[in-house]
Structures are given as structure tokens and as C-alpha cells.
Ligand binder design. Sequence first.
Ligand SMILES: [Zn+2]
Length: 230
Amino acid sequence: MYIPGMYIYGLRKNESMKYKLIRSKRRTLCLEIRNATLVVRAPFLYPEFKIDQFVKTKEKWILKHIKKVKKQFQKKPNEIYLDGKKYSFEIVFSEKESVKIAGSRIIVMAKNRECVEEQIKNYFKLKTKERIEVLLGRYADVIGRNYDNQIIYKFYKSKWGSCSARNSLSFNAALSMAPPEIVEYVFIHEIVHIKVKNHGRDFWQRVSRIDPDYKTHRHWLSQNRDMLKI
Ligand SMILES: [Zn+2]
């Protein structure tokens, strides 16, 4: 008898490998490693012995990934920031790739460990781009038309943003990890550089007119560099 829901079975041939079985309206079997636990998704009427067989054939892959997840958790604290808010961080090895937020968790679904990093980086780059695009609209009158429309987003090691001599703007793709007022300060800093290229008195006066709390925000950045590392 198959009732939809979650079951935990031990494997017949390999007592040490257990998995969570989730039955649903799907057509094929699928394996995931969630927090170092194996999850098998199966169609409602798929026979148990066939699932066991399938898991057995994938044993190498499963053990390799469980080991990797365990290592990952030992190496990095299990948390990450978005918009200055702390999220716990969950890796799911799956054929389907995505990054999603569920409450206070960020769930990264990826094929393998190399893809995990790529997924996270793409996600934060996209979020940073979204945040900057909102600011481009908000400060359109300050910016004027005097900048290069192609904005660059990269994971720089030591800068949050820059404005070139030709007024092309670039921002650190990890910026969306910081609180919104910090992202806004970095943005303001760079757009003021469109008019003033140095960090002289005139520059800071212009910055403070737009962001009166700029000193606090600058200080925050100098204190939280590590938090924004991916
Ligand atoms: Zn500057």
C-alpha cells in the first residue's frame, strides 16, 4: 500500500545507507543529497525493491556527495547574508539547479560541488544587479546621461565599486549581501565620481548631501569585509 508522504527505509543490501523516500505524481526516480541525507523521489506506484536497486547502482555517487557535504559544513559556517539579513545555508545535490529562499534558509540545488559555488555567485550577482537597477531609477536625475550604460558586476577582492575615467560603473557582485543602506552608499559614492574623480573635500560634500550618514556606512564596510565574502 502506498500512501503519499514521507517514508524512511533502510537498504536491504547496505544497512548503513538509509534514505528518505518521497512519493509523488512524478514519472521518474530522482536522487538528492539534503544536508548529508539521501532523499529519493519516486512515482506513487514504483516498487520498493526497484528503488533499492537504483540506489545501489548510484552508491558511489551518493557516498562521494555525502562526504563532500559533510566536509563543506566543517569548513564553512552554515550561514550567508542577503540584504544584511542572516540566512542558514543548505546545499542539495540534485539534477535540477536553482537557488531559492525558504523562510530563513537559502537552498542551493546543484549537480556537484563546483556548481554550488557557481550557483551562489550567479544568484548574488543577479540580486546585486536588481538592487543597483532600482537605485539607477531613484538617482536618475543625479546621474544624468553622462555614464556608460554597461554596468559591470564582478566579485572583486578589494573594492565595492568603481567609476572609470570614461564613467563606466562597476560594482562588487557580492554587494547584495550588505544591508540596503550600505548598497545605496556605495552606489552614491560611485555616481558622485561621475562628476568628481578624486576624494577631495568637494567629493565628500556632494556625497554627504545625498547620504548624510555616509561616515557610518563607510565605517560599516571597513568593519564587515569578511561578512561579504562568498
Ligand atoms: Zn571613490
